[in-house]
Design a protein. Structure first.
Length: 231
């Protein structure tokens, strides 16, 4: 999730529209989407709503990253997920669809308008009962969660707080649990950071890279995903 406008869109595929990140070649993004299993009908509805009815369409998770989140949740056997940054609810619902019947995702959104949009989609989903939506400041809510009880944390919110979110994520994760941090490439601005958000993301990446408590893999999916496993 980020605050930059989408750079371009392409008609095609079941949902009709895909977002592209400048950091990855457009042809590669198109090819990846075309060779990825489509998402559920409701997730495609969220995609179209986000692209056409919100001011920040590039904040959409989308098919490729959404399917990646689902596969990570499946393969890790996650039952308890925490998400920082709900937006219109795409990623939370995608992960909820991958959870077992007794699984739960707690998702946090600071913007009440986005939270209300997300809730309206969750209410339409047969797995909506697995999602607990909290409206408020991410750090405050994270600090109220218990230690070592979470299987997976997805960070996709304000960039200047990423390092603080990471600190709380490592606290609430069980050993072997994982963090997924979105926008780790930050449109390539991390290579020569000139603004506060770019510097914050570059600093976050270095913080993770130097953390001996974690095994990490930097992925160039869309705008970059940092995959981190707590040892």
């Amino acid at each position: 999730m980020n605050s930059m406008q989408v750079s371009g869109a392409k008609t095609g595929g079941p949902s009709g529209v895909y977002c592209f990140m400048d950091i990855v070649a457009r042809e590669a993004e198109e090819y990846a989407a075309a060779h990825t299993t489509p998402m559920s009908a409701l997730l495609e509805d969220i995609e179209l709503f986000t692209l056409y009815e919100t001011p920040y369409p590039s904040m959409l998770t989308g098919r490729v990253e959404g399917r990646f989140l689902q596969l990570v949740a499946h393969l890790s056997g996650a039952r308890h997920i925490v998400e920082v940054g709900t937006f219109t609810g795409y990623s939370a619902l995608a992960m909820a669809e991958a959870l077992p019947d007794d699984g739960e995702i707690l998702t946090i959104e600071q913007n009440p308008q986005f939270a209300e949009i997300a809730r309206s989609f969750f209410d339409r989903s047969p797995v909506g009962h697995k999602i607990k939506l909290f409206t408020g400041k991410g750090l405050e809510i994270l600090r109220g969660l218990p230690d070592s009880k979470t299987d997976l944390v997805f960070i996709d919110a304000d960039k200047q707080s990423y390092s603080a979110y990471y600190g709380e994520a490592m606290r609430i994760l069980r050993n072997g649990g994982m963090v997924l941090a979105d926008n780790a490439l930050w449109y390539g601005k991390i290579f020569d950071p000139k603004d506060d958000e770019s510097r914050a993301m570059a600093e976050f990446n270095e913080l993770v890279n130097s953390d001996a408590r974690a095994e990490k893999l930097f992925l160039t999916i869309r705008d970059g995903i940092y995959l981190i496993r707590k040892l």
